[in-house]
Design a protein around this ligand. Structure first.
Ligand code: C2E
Ligand code: MG
Ligand code: MG
Length: 498
């Protein structure tokens, strides 16, 4: 009523001709209704109000609808906590109001297991009880968010020491563990946590801060589970680099920052060059040399690996053509292919057309795939691989021994080559059981016309064992590290024993 009256007197004293006002009333049945009043006022020459006319509309439904939309946009449906979008809004607001604070990100990474075992209804009860517990630890000034199915955040405005935060976290975990006993479920309540200082002076948007927190949570994942990472200077750079890598691949492609090194693969029978494996590198202006283990996964996630793969194949074909022309040889080029590439429907055709463009024989190209490819994407991938194999392109199984190698899988694939992983070769050197196992695999491979390559061979002893095991090709630092194209073109096998 106060606001409405103020609105009216504002109207009359400022001689506004059109006005709009919104207010709530309680009906006799004790229902709350929203009213929108719009009106026109007429004033005489001296500014006195002559007449006021208008209408009152019941806008309760519209209002409810807007509220519902607001809720859908900014709240998590199951817990009625704010969602990620609202955290972005709150962070941006805090920045404007020059208020700093602390953000706790909690990733209850086993929640999906809980849902898988107990279903949604029970899991939602657990989550909602958990939320109540956490809320009881803090006061009213704190906001809570559910960012995704198992990621949550708490925003504490104001100053807090790390010690206080650590105590709070300990408290949260302790209380949540009680929940497991209380509700009697078997999935442990564990979380990866990241604590981020929100400093309004840093020119980061809410969305950017949340991005950082996700990377910080992943860092925790890689080190030890169920612990806290404090996002301080020491890991800030690590997180920044990861974010740079995640977001910078397209730019690197555009700026031609990717290039390929070539590592020789040697025939064990006569120490001649059998071929080269192409290995990608990213020469970044910001971070110098970046290795594939740091970016292939990101590139797979956003499908840029498809362009990278085509680039690798084009460059590899050009290189091997040049190499074979110069050296009058028939060396092969091995190209690593990612699952994501191979499951594309036109993968086989594209590989064949790139080989054709470069006028080299199909059998001089070896496509290296991994076992996970066959496990996760059986049929689509297999049909592309078969197409290539039928056309004469060679297929190698990379990193043999580190995955869930099943002989069944291996024999289903049209393989020309198996590459035994470096770690397995290291075990072969010290464990006779592993050696016997690998020996029988090699026999099986040979019986099926499949050649065997040993990877990561670093010394003469490993060469001797490879030869003893009847391995066909050897790859490793003992002969050469991956080298630049111009060195690879004139590479000569060094006399190791001499
Ligand atoms: P990979 O295909 O198994 O390649 C062998 C890795 O072992 C290479 O690491 C190579 O530099 C390293 N290596 C070779 N010999 C030795 C040795 O004697 N000792 C040791 N310690 N290491 C050795 P790199 O170049 O870092 O590549 C890592 C992985 O990244 C590759 O493993 C491959 O899976 C992937 N990758 C590389 N280039 C590409 C590419 O163009 N496309 C795709 N999709 N993946 C690629
Ligand atoms: Mg490889
Ligand atoms: Mg390998």
């Amino acid at each position: 009523r106060k606001l409405f009256n103020a609105n009216i007197s504002n109207q009359t004293s400022n001689m506004k001709e059109v006005f709009r006002s919104e207010y709530r009333v309680v009906t006799r049945k004790n229902e709350m209704r929203w009213i929108e009043a719009t009106g026109i006022a007429e004033f005489d020459v001296e500014g006195n109000l002559v007449i006021m006319s208008g209408c009152h509309n019941d806008v309760t439904l519209e209002k409810a609808h807007n509220n519902k939309l607001f809720e859908l946009a900014y709240y998590d449906e199951d817990t009625h906590l704010y969602n990620r979008k609202m955290l972005e809004v709150h962070l941006d607001e805090s920045k404007k109001q020059q208020q700093s604070g602390k953000l706790m990100f909690l990733d209850f990474y086993l929640l999906e297991q809980l849902i898988a075992i107990y279903g949604f209804e029970f899991s939602n009860k657990v989550i909602n009880n958990g939320v109540e517990i956490v809320k009881s630890i803090f006061d009213d000034s704190v906001d809570y968010y559910r960012l995704s199915s198992h990621k949550f955040a708490v925003f504490l405005r104001g100053e807090f020491t790390d010690l206080t935060i650590k105590r709070m976290i300990k408290n949260i975990l302790f209380e949540l563990e009680q929940l497991q006993e209380m509700m009697n479920f078997i999935v442990p309540v564990v979380a990866n946590m990241a604590v981020i200082c929100f400093d309004y002076r840093e020119r980061l948007s809410g969305a950017e801060i949340i991005d950082q927190s996700y990377v910080a949570l992943e860092l925790k994942d890689e080190k030890q589970k169920s612990n806290i990472v404090f996002y301080d200077e020491s890991i800030k750079n690590e997180v920044k680099k990861k974010l740079f890598i995640k977001n910078g691949i397209q730019m690197a492609l555009d700026n031609e920052e990717f290039f390929f090194l070539y590592q020789p693969i040697i025939k064990s029978a006569n120490d001649e060059i059998a071929g080269f494996e192409s290995l990608i590198r990213w020469n970044s202006q910001e971070y110098g040399m970046i290795y594939p283990d740091d970016f292939i996964e990101s590139a797979e996630r956003n499908l840029q690996i498809i362009s990278i793969g085509q680039f690798a194949l084009r460059e590899g074909c050009k290189f091997i053509k040049k190499y074979n022309e110069r050296n009058s040889s028939d060396a092969t080029i091995s190209i690593n292919a990612s699952v994501v590439e191979v499951v594309q429907r036109d993968y086989g055709d594209r590989v064949l057309s790139i080989i054709e463009e470069n006028c080299i024989s199909r059998s001089s190209v070896i496509i290296e795939i991994t076992e996970s490819l066959m496990l996760d994407h059986g049929d689509e991938a297999l049909s592309q691989i078969r197409k290539l194999s039928c056309a004469g392109v060679q297929i190698a199984l990379d990193d043999f021994g580190v995955g869930y190698a099943s002989l069944n899988n291996i024999l289903r694939m049209p393989l020309n080559e198996i590459k035994i992983d470096r770690e397995i070769m290291n075990e072969v050197m010290i464990d006779d059981n592993v050696k016997r196992f690998i020996k029988s695999i090699i026999r099986l491979a040979h019986d099926n016309n499949i050649a065997v390559v040993s990877e990561g061979i670093e010394n003469i002893e490993m060469i001797a064992v490879s030869k003893d095991l009847d391995i066909d090709y050897i790859q490793g630092y003992v002969y050469s590290k991956p080298i630049e194209e111009k060195c690879a073109l004139k590479y000569m096998v060094k006399d190791i024993t001499g």
